[in-house]
Write a protein that binds this ligand. Structure first.
Ligand SMILES: [Ca+2]
Ligand SMILES: [Ca+2]
Length: 243
């Protein structure tokens, strides 16, 4: 099952890369050259992932004993502590409290990390990326730590600690890789942000892995068309080399 999913991800990745490069992608960020032009707050770094190679990793870890009995800072990868949720909200232009899951019942987001970048996009262009939510939290509580993507201030939650999670090799559990797609409905300048926050308290760290962020002018073709485009590009490249 896991192998099938890995294969699917890599097929998608390959086709995504081909399609994105073939069709004038405005961005194709695999983080192989670091965090580049992404602005970031908190614990954000590039780490080697077993399947994806270099990926961006955001965590909710401070430099303290968030994951006792693990040593202080054990799940902080950058040396920069997680920041308060209000600071994350401010950086993305969000209203204060937007990241709090349930203010009426005093369920607050406490601290975490964020990275964001601004793009010029055209109507019909597509944002895509790979993500994987990882956590040391138990699955028992609703409203636990969670990860999100913000597109011009509109928050979409990626999986949280109440989702079904699999065993991970760094954090205790992970969702496994997911593909996210969004098609822009108008021309404009958009800010795309990724974040992960602790909820309820600032202990027991969670993380969000992000990779292969791209924006491409793809008119949502079917997978068959994507495949043939990719093969066509390969064929053309082969012909050029032979000349
Ligand atoms: Ca923390
Ligand atoms: Ca936590």
């Amino acid at each position: 099952m896991i192998l099938k999913k890995v294969t699917a991800v890599f097929v998608a990745l390959t086709m995504t890369t081909l399609t994105a490069s073939a069709l004038a992608a405005t961005s194709n960020d695999g983080f192989d050259n670091g965090l580049g032009a992404w602005t970031h707050l908190g614990d954000v770094s590039v780490q080697a992932d077993a399947f994806l190679g270099n990926s961006a990793l955001l965590t909710t870890a401070s430099r303290g004993a968030d994951d006792f009995p693990a040593v202080a800072g054990a799940f902080n990868f950058s040396g920069v502590a997680a920041v308060g949720s209000a600071e994350i909200e401010g950086s993305l232009g969000l209203a204060t409290g937007v990241l709090d899951p349930d203010l009426d019942n005093f369920v607050f987001a406490s601290e975490g990390s964020v990275m964001y970048k601004t793009f010029s996009v055209l109507q019909g262009e597509r944002l895509g990326f790979l993500w994987d939510f990882q956590t040391n939290e138990s699955a028992s509580l609703q409203g636990g730590d969670y990860a999100f993507v913000s597109i011009n201030g509109e928050i979409t939650r990626l999986d949280d600690t109440s989702s079904e999670l699999k065993v991970s090799n760094v954090f205790a559990r992970q969702t496994w890789y997911g593909l996210f797609n969004h098609t822009f409905t108008s021309d404009g300048v958009v800010t795309v942000g990724f974040g992960v926050v602790d909820v309820g308290d600032s202990a027991v760290s969670s993380a969000l892995l992000i990779d292969n962020v791209f924006i491409a002018a793809v008119p949502e073709p079917g997978m068959g068309l994507l495949m043939s485009l990719g093969l066509g590009v390969l064929g053309l490249a082969g012909i050029r080399r032979r000349k």
